[in-house]
Each structure stands twice: as structure tokens, then as C-alpha cells.
Design a protein around this ligand. Structure first.
Ligand code: C2E
Ligand code: CA
Ligand code: CA
Length: 506
């Protein structure tokens, strides 16, 4: 199980740059496609709306101009034909005007066929504006027909197809705007062929509807011509992410190599920072790791702890600290105060390691004669994996007498989740909150954090106390323990023994 997680982690580490770059490439490309699609749709909608408005107002104007003069003569065919011919003469797009029976089967008077009755082919009567590829009045020509009721009869305008040519905006290279009449979709010059397209209907009225369509290939062409620069930017970004991660991982790998070397050469040292009760009595100490490199000097834990966690070296580092603690504090003649709390920082990945138990047992055995307590400090900033094994180790150690402290309390989001999963004994109020305490400054935030910690009924420790003012304030707020440069800096174990522990003859 553990082997599996390690090899999975290795695999992830190895392919992380590639996966991240692919993710950037895919999501960036998707974004570019969506952007292009939106702009294309907007263009299509604007064009379709324009065609709709123009066509509708043209048809309205035909009706408005003709109806009054035709209505008067609707019962007298020669007069109707005369008036209708005058109207058609004045409008270049009107080819014919005819009047037919109410049932729409026969034409009685027409500017083309005169007063001779003319049967009409059966068709969908619900259509009031239609396209006929074969005009019944002028064979072998196509025509648009607008049908309106007039004095209990049917009035037909034969409209030249060129009208559409006049009202369509300039043709787009990528989009087809069209007017739908029955089963026909007409663009400016022809009936749309039935290539597979993506269609959008934009506006509809009782006479016709207008929409637009594009093919996949025209969409791809559009993207290539108009969005290539954006896409190239995405590619550059993906390459940058890849390089950055490769470099980052390489530097982490270098750091891990350096840690291994440091371990082999004994460059890691356990320091300890004393912790005091609010009355100023020494109550415990926090063990902090120190890396003293012969060339680079002091390397702060923040620089290497993360890499050590990722590589699993954190376990070896922990064991090194434990060995040094046993060798110094467990030496015959060194006597810790009764009930001394020895705090060690634990990283979440360590919890799955059986070695942790062995190391902790050794420390607890060393502390036992003076009723000392081992405190495991778990940072709140990294979530403990929700897995039974991790909580199992903690709960076992707890049942054996160890205590659990939540480090950096208030800085993460999961404090309350921890508290529901295991019994926490102690909360360490993060230094960033203690920093807020200064003469004349507002302290509502720190007051609230302290208040929350106290209400949870746990021992509270304030870390990073640097001034007498902070010390007095925290004391008056009832915080149980205090730790910080104001009292003492982290120091080598030997110094701590010399300075704080009464020597007893061996
Ligand atoms: P932390 O556990 O919150 O440790 C407290 C940090 O605050 C320590 O920094 C300590 O030196 C510093 N500190 C204490 N009092 C004061 C103060 O009054 N003023 C200021 N400015 N700083 C103060 P350090 O030793 O650099 O450790 C940084 C972090 O590295 C620790 O934060 C802890 O998360 C991690 N760390 C240190 N040692 C270990 C270790 O052995 N194992 C693990 N897993 N993490 C460790
Ligand atoms: Ca700590
Ligand atoms: Ca802290």
C-alpha cells in the first residue's frame, strides 16, 4: 500500500510538468475556442437581426402602400388590375399582384394573367410568405409570394427574389445568414444547400424567420485566421509552465540530494526553544530543526522542510532529532522539570510511517521518570489526509500518554475539522496573531482567536512573543503558555541543559 503511494507520487512528480502543461494547453485552447465562438455568434446574430428588420419593414411597406388603393377596387377586376399594375411599376421588386378566392385555390385577377381564372397548386395554407421554386404564373422562374387577406379574398404579391440580395448585408466568409420560408432556407442568392451546419434561429415572426449557420470547417478557418495569436500565446504559456515546473522539480531534487548529504555528514541539529507558563515558570520546550551547512551556513527550515516532506526524508530528519534528544536530555544526570512538555513538529506525511511510533516511544520512555509529556505539533496549514491510518497512529500515541497540539492555530481553515476527528489537547496561537498586539493597535482579531481557543476548552500557547507588552497582554487574556524571543530564542540542546536544567550528580 505504502509502496504504491510512493511510486504514484514519484510518477506524478515525474510527469507533473507535462501534465500541467497539457492542462494549460487544453484549458487555454478551450477558452480561445469559446471566445471565438462567442464572437462568431454575436456576428451571426447581428447579421440575422438586420436581415429580419429590413425584410419585415420592406414587406410592411408593400402592404401599407398597396392595400388602400387595392381595397377600393377589390370587386372590380379590370380596375384592380389597373391599380395593381401602377403599383408594380413603381416598385422594382414587385413582379405581380394577384387577387384570388378566399380558399386560396384559384386566382381571379392578376397583373400577369389578367381576368382569366388561374388554378393554384395545393400548398401549405398556413404560410403567408413563401418561396416557390416554380412560379405558377411565370413558368421556370422562382418567386417569393406574400399573401394577405383583402376584402374577404386573398391578395398575392409576387416578389422578385433579388429583394433578398438587396437586403442581405455583405456576405460573411464564415457564416450563412438565411431567411426560412417553409422548408426552404434562402440566403442572398440561392437556396442553402444541405451541407451539415450548426444552425441558430435568431428572430421569428408569423411570416418568416431568420437565422444563421456555420460549418465546422468554416469555424476552424475563422479560429485560425482571427485567433491564432491568442492560441500561440496559450502554447507559449504552456511551454513556460512546463519549463518552470521542470526547473522547480530539478531544484527540489537538488535540494533533496543536498539533504541526503547533510544527513550523512551530520549537518542537522536539534535546537529547543523554552516555553513558559503565564507566571513565567519553565513548562516545556519546542524542538526546532537547524541545518548548519559548512558552505551555505544556516539554512532555515522553511526552505527544506517541504522538500523533505515530498521526498520522505522528513522521517530520517525526525529520527536524527530524536537520537540527539535522547543523547542530550536522556543523559544520566540531566533532570527535566516534573511534567515537562517536549514539543516536536510533525508533518502529515510522517503519520503513515511506522518509524514514527518507534521514535515517539523512545522519547516517551525518556520523559516517563519525570512524568514528562510528549507533545506532537501538527500544523493546521496542511490538511491531514482523511485516512484511518493517520488518525490511528495519533490516537494510539494519545492513548499512550502523548498530547496533540494544533500548530499555527487560526491560519488554516481546517481547525474545526481536526477537532472533530481527534481529541486535541493544545492550541498554538500563531505568531502572526501575536504580532498584532502592540500599544495603540486594534486587537479584535487576536482577541477573537484567543477567545475561540479558550472556548474550545484547550490549553492555549502563544508563539512568537517578542515584547513585554505582548507578554502582559497575553497574560491578562488568560493564555496558558508563552513562547518567544522575549523569553528565549531556540538554542542548542546543550545550551538549554546548561541554562535551564538543574544538574544532578550522575
Ligand atoms: P513553527 O512550528 O510555527 O515554529 C515556530 C517558529 O517561530 C520557529 O521558526 C521559531 O524559531 C520561530 N519563533 C519562535 N519565537 C519567535 C519570536 O519571538 N520571533 C520570531 N520572529 N520567531 C520566533 P523556525 O525554527 O524557523 O521554524 C519554522 C517552521 O519550520 C516551524 O514553524 C515548523 O513549522 C517548521 N519546523 C521546524 N522544525 C521542524 C521539524 O523538526 N519538523 C517539522 N516537520 N517542521 C519543522
Ligand atoms: Ca511548532
Ligand atoms: Ca507558527
Amino acid at each position: 500500500m505504502h509502496m504504491k503511494t510512493v511510486s504514484l507520487r514519484r510518477w506524478l512528480q515525474r510527469y507533473t510538468p507535462l501534465l500541467a502543461a497539457l492542462l494549460v494547453l487544453l484549458s487555454g485552447s478551450l477558452l480561445v475556442l469559446l471566445m471565438a465562438r462567442n464572437v462568431l455568434l454575436e456576428e451571426g446574430q447581428a447579421s440575422a437581426r438586420l436581415v429580419h428588420d429590413r425584410l419585415k419593414s420592406t414587406l410592411d411597406s408593400f402592404a401599407l402602400q398597396s392595400m388602400p388603393s387595392l381595397q377600393r377596387v377589390a370587386l372590380h377586376c379590370p380596375a384592380f388590375i389597373y391599380n395593381a399594375r401602377l403599383l408594380a411599376l413603381h416598385n422594382p421588386y414587385i413582379r405581380s399582384i394577384s387577387l384570388g378566392d378566399a380558399d386560396g385555390r384559384t386566382i381571379r385577377c392578376s397583373t400577369i394573367t389578367g381576368s382569366k381564372p388561374q388554378p393554384l397548386p395545393p400548398r401549405q395554407t398556413s404560410l403567408r410568405f413563401l418561396y416557390l421554386p416554380n412560379s405558377p404564373l411565370v413558368p421556370n422562374t422562382s418567386v417569393l409570394v406574400l399573401q394577405l387577406p383583402l376584402a374577404g379574398k386573398q391578395l398575392y404579391f409576387g416578389i422578385n427574389r433579388l429583394l433578398l440580395n438587396a437586403i442581405f448585408p455583405t456576405r460573411s466568409e464564415y457564416l450563412e445568414t438565411y431567411v426560412t420560408l417553409g422548408r426552404y432556407k434562402l440566403n442572398a442568392v440561392a437556396v442553402l444547400d444541405d451541407k451539415p451546419r450548426i444552425h441558430h434561429t435568431v428572430a421569428t415572426n408569423p411570416y418568416f424567420s431568420v437565422g444563421f449557420a456555420y460549418t465546422w470547417s468554416s469555424f476552424i478557418r475563422y479560429v485560425v485566421y482571427h485567433y491564432l495569436a491568442y492560441w500561440l500565446l496559450v502554447v507559449v504559456l504552456a511551454v513556460l509552465v512546463f519549463q518552470l515546473l521542470v526547473r522547480l522539480l530539478a531544484s527540489e531534487a537538488r535540494l533533496c540530494g543536498k539533504i541526503s548529504q547533510g544527513l550523512a555528514r551530520g549537518q542537522f541539529h536539534a535546537f529547543i526553544q523554552p516555553v513558559f507558563t503565564r507566571e513565567g515558570v519553565l513548562s516545556g520546550g519546542e524542538v526546532l530543526i537547524r541545518w548548519i551547512h559548512p558552505k551555505d551556513g544556516f539554512i532555515p527550515p522553511d526552505v527544506f522542510i517541504k522538500a523533505a516532506e515530498h521526498s520522505g526524508q522528513i522521517n530520517k530528519l525526525f529520527s536524527v532529532l530524536v537520537q540527539q534528544l535522547l543523547a542530550t536530555l536522556g543523559r544520566p544526570g540531566v533532570r527535566l522539570p516534573i511534567g515537562f512538555h517536549l514539543g516536536l513538529n510533525i508533518s502529515a506525511p510522517q503519520l503513515a510511517q511506522p518509524a514514527l511510533l518507534t521514535d515517539c516511544h523512545a522519547l516517551m520512555a525518556m520523559l516517563a521518570p519525570q512524568q514528562g509529556v510528549l507533545v506532537l505539533e501538527l500544523t493546521e496549514r496542511v490538511e491531514i489526509p482523511d485516512n484511518a491510518a493517520c488518525y490511528g497512529v495519533l490516537n494510539q500515541l494519545k492513548s499512550e500518554g502523548a498530547r496533540i497540539a494544533i500548530d499555527d492555530f487560526g491560519t488554516g481553515h481546517s481547525s474545526l475539522i481536526y477537532l472533530t476527528r481527534m481529541q486535541v489537547d493544545c492550541l498554538k496561537i500563531d505568531k502572526s496573531f501575536v504580532d498584532l498586539i502592540a500599544e495603540g493597535s486594534r486587537t479584535d482579531i487576536v482577541d477573537n482567536v484567543i477567545d475561540l481557543a479558550r472556548r474550545l476548552g484547550m490549553i492555549t500557547v502563544a508563539e512568537g512573543v517578542e515584547t513585554a507588552y505582548q507578554q502582559a497582554y497575553l497574560q491578562q487574556m488568560g493564555v496558558d503558555m508563552l513562547q518567544g524571543y522575549y523569553f528565549a530564542r531556540p538554542m542548542p540542546l546543550a545550551d538549554f541543559v546548561r541554562q535551564y536544567l538543574p544538574q544532578r550528580p550522575a
